[in-house]
Design a protein. Sequence first.
Length: 289
Amino acid sequence: MVRFNKLAFIAAAATAGLLLVGRSNAAVIAGWTFENDAIGTNNSPLPSTGTGTASSLGMDGYPTPNPGVTTDDVVLGKSSDTGANTVADKTNTWRIRAQQSTNGAANGWSSAAPIGTQGAEFAASTVGYNAINISFDWYSTTQGEANLQLEYTTDGINFINLPITLSGSDAGLLVESNNGSDANTVTGSYVSDNILNPGVSTTAGQDWFTGLTATITDPNAFNDPNFAIEMVNASTGTDDVSTQGTALNNSSGNWRFDNISISGTAVPEPTGMGLLGLAAMAALRRRKA
């Protein structure tokens, strides 16, 4: 006869249940491919996956040469956009810029803009998720700004600089760091694409850089309803150069984005089996006592 061992059963139930409680799955919280958006002006494209918001920053605040009106748009990429690294994106992409109003010609991008005030923001609640990962593709035109920083917020107000990892088609892009000695560039990490970087072709500019990634281990970013990321200008003033290594002309140039992804590890609530595991563990402790 096989004798039923209650202690062994309780221990097994506890282990199985707690394993289910701890089980989690990686998932895209919000993503933007722009394939669900019509070609044309769009200042806040909807995510293609999940829930979130997208918006540009600082396009209507500086004279370039006149104050402009934010006129972001979804555009279809073309092979002629291919730059020095030979990478093209012929799908829908999101272009960040301003255009003229009644005041006359305007572009939006300005070297007078303080660090971190021009670019794009993507917001998505991370409630129910931890281990947050970011991925995106970035394009800057010949006269577009060369220096980009990635940052995140946990309160919707204060932003934290985040190192970028190059993992896709990123030839010609360099990861740089400023220790604070240069007041015209962000203190921390950023990426740069311009003619002054060693090894970069003299035809720098109009480059698509794909699969730029970052991992956020800050627990304040987990389970956070106010989470957002920004890809913004890393430099200002004399440091604010185009991808040609020349001073920003403040009258042309733009950035474009594609395949933005904010993902995390979903942490489910305890299920019936999970609760059984917790109850079994409590019972086991009482039995031992």
